[in-house]
Design a protein around this ligand. Structure first.
Ligand code: NAD
Length: 249
């Protein structure tokens, strides 16, 4: 029996074929969940949902737009009648140095990574509160903890650190309502967000800082998301879980 039988999950930014969201959606579906994949493009989201099986849906949703988030949650409730799990996975990076960040750059990165997490959480919380159950899983990053990823940009580090603060604040405020909130801090994972953005020298430098000596796989992060989404982590809230091959040791 799957760990998520009878559960319904929303995963944002989950249409990217090699991404963490798609891997998480696939694993959740394997464990019995019905999954709603949200992403910028409706056709890509629908295709991704079709890839993981028949019972799932794909919807267009720009997480920076509150109205999109509210509409997507309403559509998921129409389709599935309940929402047990929200994975705030949508994210973007910009490989900029501190003095090169414009206000437009800052807004773009903060809006997707941090405001998007707030928007989607606000959209599902009333429903989760009514049912007195829910698990919110937020994708932060090792960049938040180390103050820099090579390719993410300082504003990305700031946004992902903001995600950690929001995760803990939501955990504290929502615990009496039966809602848990946790964050995952992936290290260097091979997905489209990293593809083509690293020189061979950067890659060697990154791998040298990982005790396990390899980049992570999307499935490594999906396994952690499954733990945090399921009853296995029933007493875990406000945590940040590192999935980084030992990068912070
Ligand atoms: P990815 O680029 O493969 O996928 C990101 C997805 O987010 C894409 O499908 C994209 O269309 C979607 N997206 C972008 N803006 C959006 C918006 N406004 N609304 C809805 N969807 C939007 O990236 P990934 O590597 O799978 O990363 C997933 C998450 O994990 C991100 O939050 C990222 O910051 C985080 N992360 C990734 C790594 C890594 O090494 N890959 C490390 C740490 C954290």
């Amino acid at each position: 029996m799957g760990l998520l039988e009878g559960k319904t999950a929303i995963i944002t930014g989950a249409a990217s074929p090699r991404g963490l969201g798609k891997a998480t959606a696939t694993l959740f579906a394997e464990h019995g969940a019905r999954v709603a994949i949200l992403d910028l493009d409706a056709a890509q989201a629908e295709d991704a949902a079709g890839d993981i099986g028949e019972d799932h849906i794909g919807l267009a949703c720009d997480v920076t737009r509150k109205a999109d988030c509210d509409a997507a949650v309403a559509a998921v409730l129409d389709a599935f009648a309940q929402i047990d799990i929200l994975v705030n996975n949508a994210g973007i990076t910009q490989p900029l140095r501190i003095m090169d960040i414009s206000h437009e750059n800052y807004d773009a990165v903060l809006d997707v990574n941090l405001l998007g997490t707030l928007n989607m959480s606000q959209a599902v919380i009333p429903h989760m509160r009514n049912r007195r159950t829910g698990s919110i899983v937020n994708m932060s990053s090792v960049s938040a903890q180390r103050g820099g990823g090579i390719f993410g940009g300082p504003h990305y580090s700031a946004a992902k650190a903001g995600v950690l603060g929001l995760t803990k604040a939501m955990a504290r405020e929502l615990a009496p309502d039966g809602i848990r909130s946790n964050a995952i801090c992936p290290g260097f994972i091979a997905t489209d967000i990293t593809a083509g953005k690293l020189t061979p020298e950067m890659r060697v430098q990154i791998l040298a800082g990982i005790p396990m000596g390899r980049a992570g796989e999307a499935s490594d992060v999906a396994g952690c998301a499954l733990f945090l989404a399921s009853a296995l982590s029933a007493y875990v809230t406000g945590s940040e879980v590192d999935v980084n091959g030992g990068s912070l040791i």
